[in-house]
Design a protein around this ligand. Structure first.
Ligand code: HGY
Ligand code: MN
Ligand code: MN
Length: 406
C-alpha cells in the first residue's frame, strides 16, 4: 500500500458544509429521509460528485452513487460509502464521514494518476437511520435484495407519508434497478458512536462484526378513566403497563444485550386522565443471535404477564429484524495493515450500531473502519471526532481501497 494521503482540508470542509444543511428553526440537524432537508443534503452531495468527475446514478430507492471508471478499468466496482440522512438533533459525522471520506478517497486516487484495474464507486444509501420510515438501512437492504422496491416505497412514516412518494417528491426516485451492479468489495468508514476507541486512546477500529437488531412497536390499550375518582385496584392503566415494560427491559439488558425505548406516546395525553393507550418502540440488540432471540422471547412473555395483571390488551408490530453479521476477515486484515503502515494504533472490535455494511455483507466481502467518538457520544449534537482522527480514518480507507481496486 502506498502512503498517498487525502486532501484533508477539502474533506473536513465538506463535512462542515454538509453538517450545516438541514437544520430546523431551532438550529438542530434534522435530515430525515425523504424530507426537504434530505433533498438539500442530497443535492449538495450530487454537486460534489459531479465536480469530482464521477458518473452519478440514482436507483429506485433513491440510493445515490458516484462511479469512477478509469481508463482500462473493468469488472465490479470497489464500493465505499454510508448514509447522509440523520436522526433528530444529530451530530454532523454519523454517516457523512463515510460518504465524504469515500468521495475524498476516489478524488485523491483520480488526482494521483493511479489507475486501478477496478472501477471505484461511492454510495449514499437512503434512510439508513430509520427514524421516519422503518426499517432502518432501507436503501442498502433494497440494494442487496432483502426488501422489494414496492414494499420499501409503501413504508408509512411516523408522519403518515409514504417513502416512495417522498422520494419522488424530492426528485430522488431514480431509474436504476437496485443492485444494478455487484460490488467487488464494500468498505465503510464510520465514527464508532461508542466509547471504546476514545477511552483506550486508539486511532482506528478494524470492525470484525456487527450486532443483531430487533425493532418493534408495542401498543398497549387500557381504559381511560378519571385520575382522581378511580380506585387503584379498578384501573387498566396503559401508562403504568408501559412503564413496567420499560423497567423490565432494563432488567434483561445484561451480558451483551442492550435495550432501548426511544419513543413513547400516550392517548389522550392529559394530566388528569388515566391513559387509554400507550404506544412505544423497543430496540433490542445483541452480537449473539441466540441471546437476542431469548431477549425477544422474554419480552413477549412479560407482555402477556402484564396484560393479565393490569387488564390491558397488548399488540406488537415488527419494524426491523437483522441478524448479527461477521465481516470479511481478509478486508479486516487490510484495515489493520493499513493502520500499522501509517503508524496508527488499531484494534479489532464489534459494532454496536447498525450500518449499511450490515446489509452489504450479504452481497460482497465487507468490512468497516471506525474512528473515535469523543466520550462515546453520538446521535447527539455533541457528537465529535477530532479532525486528525477523521483524516487518519480516511487515509486508512484510501490504502484499503487502493489495495482492493488494484
Ligand atoms: O440505529 C442504528 O444503529 C443506526 O444509527 N441506524
Ligand atoms: Mn450511521
Ligand atoms: Mn446513526
Amino acid at each position: 500500500m502506498s502512503n498517498l494521503a487525502i486532501n484533508a482540508e477539502r474533506f473536513l470542509a465538506r463535512l462542515k458544509t454538509l453538517g450545516e444543511i438541514g437544520r430546523d428553526d431551532q438550529g438542530r440537524l434534522v435530515r430525515l429521509a425523504g424530507t426537504d432537508a434530505d433533498r438539500a443534503g442530497r443535492d449538495q452531495l450530487v454537486t460534489w460528485l459531479g465536480e469530482a468527475g464521477l458518473a452519478v446514478e440514482i436507483d429506485q430507492i433513491g440510493n445515490i452513487f458516484g462511479i469512477w471508471t478509469p481508463e482500462g478499468a473493468h469488472g465490479d466496482p470497489v464500493l465505499v460509502g454510508s448514509h447522509i440522512d440523520s436522526v433528530i438533533d444529530a451530530g454532523i459525522y454519523d454517516g457523512c464521514t463515510g460518504v465524504l471520506g469515500g468521495l475524498e478517497v476516489i478524488q485523491t486516487l483520480k488526482e494521483s494518476g493511479i489507475t486501478p484495474s477496478h472501477p471505484i464507486a461511492v454510495a449514499a444509501f437512503t434512510n439508513e437511520e430509520g427514524v421516519r420510515f422503518a426499517p432502518d438501512m432501507t436503501g442498502s437492504l433494497v440494494f442487496v435484495g432483502g426488501l422489494s422496491v414496492t414494499d420499501s416505497h409503501t413504508s408509512i412514516g411516523t408522519d403518515g407519508a409514504r417513502l416512495g412518494a417522498e422520494l419522488a417528491r424530492i426528485g430522488y426516485h431514480g431509474a436504476r434497478e437496485p443492485g444494478f451492479f455487484k460490488p467487488h468489495a464494500y468498505v465503510e468508514l464510520h465514527i464508532e458512536q461508542g466509547p471504546i476507541l476514545d477511552r483506550d486512546g486508539i486511532a482506528v477500529g478494524a470492525v470484525e462484526n456487527l450486532q443483531g437488531i430487533s425493532w418493534q412497536r408495542v401498543t398497549i390499550s387500557g381504559v381511560a378513566n378519571h385520575a382522581g375518582t378511580t380506585p387503584m385496584d379498578m384501573r387498566h392503566d396503559a401508562g403504568f403497563a408501559a412503564a413496567s415494560v420499560i423497567t423490565f427491559l432494563r432488567s434483561i439488558a445484561t451480558g451483551g444485550t442492550v435495550a432501548t425505548v426511544g419513543t413513547i406516546r400516550f392517548i389522550p395525553d392529559a394530566i388528569n386522565v388515566i391513559p387509554s393507550q400507550a404506544a412505544f418502540t423497543v430496540d433490542l440488540r445483541d452480537p449473539d443471535e441466540t441471546r437476542l432471540q431469548a431477549a425477544e422471547a422474554a419480552l413477549a412473555a412479560y407482555l402477556d404477564q402484564i396484560a393479565k395483571a393490569e387488564g390491558v390488551t397488548i399488540s406488537t408490530e415488527r419494524l426491523a429484524r437483522f441478524a448479527p453479521v461477521m465481516f470479511d476477515p481478509a478486508i479486516v486484515g487490510m484495515v489493520e495493515d493499513a493502520a500499522h503502515q501509517r503508524g496508527l494504533s488499531v484494534r479489532r472490535m464489534t459494532s454496536g450500531a447498525g450500518h449499511d455494511a450490515q446489509m452489504m455483507a450479504r452481497l460482497a466481502p465487507t468490512a468497516m473502519i471506525f474512528v473515535p467518538s469523543v466520550d462515546g457520544i453520538s446521535h447527539n449534537p455533541r457528537e465529535h471526532t477530532a479532525p486528525d482522527d477523521l483524516v487518519a480514518g480516511a487515509n486508512v480507507l484510501l490504502s484499503v481501497v487502493e489495495r482492493l481496486a488494484r
